[in-house]
Design a protein around this ligand. Structure first.
Ligand code: UDP
Length: 422
């Protein structure tokens, strides 16, 4: 293989560090996506370098995940956590450091896959400076997000402009669901090339634990009815809807009802405000006795939690994809989710779970009750969910699709100088 068609890719994820613990502060789906895609591509023979921002002196600059896959951290602005809405100003330093890294290591990335809008800006600079080809995944669209929140941040106009530019100029945009593609077209631009390649999950890990064994491990009784939430503490995640829905459940007052809200970090971090608010509601509604908040759940223990649950609830106000839904489905657990975004793609209403209008407490309560009151149907939904994930959302499958796309783009690059000399 010559240098021009070398299987080398830079995954850029300025704020979503693929090497950190997931489930805290702003670390969630994007971090998992970049890490899993990176590792799966390495398995397919790609040299994968994942670039992110260093947030403390103590962090290693390079984390080697396996022989072909590593995370590389650059200083960009202060060596501390900076909320993503304040990161834009530090991006030129990130680009400078990336160029310096290339020079020092004798590498030039002909192909970059950028994640989230900051990284798309970095990718667009590399395109201008050295003609790198760009693939971009949004993970979240400003045009959609700003419709679902009350306080629009100062950086909004900048973000919307960058998101439009990348759609129109990147070689390929990866939409993770048909719903996301539709939003790009209706809210961002009619120009640009979009492919749909979904997010994936580890179908070997999720689904590897039986319900009974999982309950024994977690100390949950066989007759308990367990409602599970997994995710970051962020108002957009709609945890309040879930808490209030469980208060409205027909089973409320039964000693078998259990609510587990997994995720979040230690007090003092930015997600602590939402965690405190949710804990306040739980207390106010008198639900503390049967609700547990175990904090961040490691990727190792997560399959056990999903397997132990009767139903996993994803009550987001908006969700571009929603990895938690497919993780639960892969584990054979039905999902009750908001009828929005990528959840409309992953969760098939009445087949792998139920969809309910976002923020509708009564609709969520009814959906949860329908599943909790019918264990046979619960199992049927769970089985269909696992089948759907195996067929459509395994990381291996997703990585193959990305690998094909990258190869196609690199082959075009390889042909370009030849065409130019004709
Ligand atoms: N997650 C985790 N531990 C936690 C909470 C969440 O590992 O305590 C992981 C979860 O398994 C999923 C990701 O964080 O892979 C969340 O992704 P999702 O797309 O559902 O939401 P996002 O964080 O991107 O909004």
């Amino acid at each position: 293989m010559n240098a021009t068609t070398e299987k080398r890719i830079a995954l850029i994820s300025v704020h979503g560090d693929p090497a950190v613990e997931i489930g805290k502060e702003e670390a969630g789906g994007q971090n998992v996506y970049v890490r899993q895609v990176g590792e799966a591509l390495a398995q397919l023979g790609w040299q994968v370098d994942m670039f992110t921002r260093k947030v403390s002196e103590a962090q290693d600059t390079i984390v080697q995940h396996n022989q072909n896959c590593r995370t590389i951290r650059f200083k960009a602005g202060p060596l501390e956590f900076v909320p993503r809405d304040n990161l834009f100003t530090y991006l030129p330093e990130f680009v400078e450091n990336l160029l310096k890294f290339q020079k020092e290591n004798g590498i030039r990335y002909q192909l970059v896959h950028t994640n989230y809008w900051h990284s798309s800006w970095v990718g667009m600079q590399l395109k201008t400076i050295q003609k790198s080809k760009q693939v971009h995944t949004y993970h979240s669209l400003g045009a959609v997000k700003y419709n679902t929140i009350e306080k629009i941040p100062l950086v909004a106009s900048q973000r919307l402009a960058v998101e439009k530019e990348v759609l129109e100029t990147a070689e390929r945009i990866v939409a993770t669901s048909p719903q996301e593609q539709q939003h790009m077209r209706s809210l961002v631009s009619t120009k640009g090339n979009i492919d749909i390649i979904p997010c994936g999950t580890d179908i070997r890990r999720f689904g590897s634990v039986e319900r009974t064994a999982a309950r024994t491990e977690l100390g949950i009784n066989p007759e308990d009815k367990v409602v599970l939430y997994v995710g970051r503490f962020d108002p957009r995640k709609g945890i309040e809807t879930l808490v209030r829905a469980v208060r409205e459940s027909k089973l409320y007052g039964s000693k078998n009802l259990k609510l587990i809200i997994g995720g979040g970090s230690t007090p003092g971090n930015s997600d602590g405000i939402e965690r405190d608010r949710i804990e306040g509601i739980i207390q106010e509604l008198g639900m503390s006795d049967f609700t547990s908040l175990p904090g961040r759940l490691s990727q190792e223990i997560l399959p056990t939690y999903y397997a132990a649950a009767d139903v996993c609830v994803v009550p987001s106000h908006y969700e571009p994809f929603g990895l938690v839904a497919i993780e639960a489905m892969a584990s054979g657990t039905p999902v009750v989710a908001s009828d929005v975004g990528g959840l409309q793609f992953t969760v098939v209403d009445e087949e792998t779970g139920l969809l309910a209008p976002p923020q509708n407490v009564i609709a969520f309560a009814k959906a949860i009750d329908r599943i909790l009151s019918n264990p046979e149907w619960r199992d049927q939904l769970g089985k269909a969910g696992r089948k759907r994930v195996i067929e459509n959302f395994s990381w291996d499958g997703v990585a193959h699709q990305l690998s094909e796309l990258y190869t196609q783009l690199l082959q075009q690059t390889a042909k370009e100088p030849v065409l130019a000399t004709k």
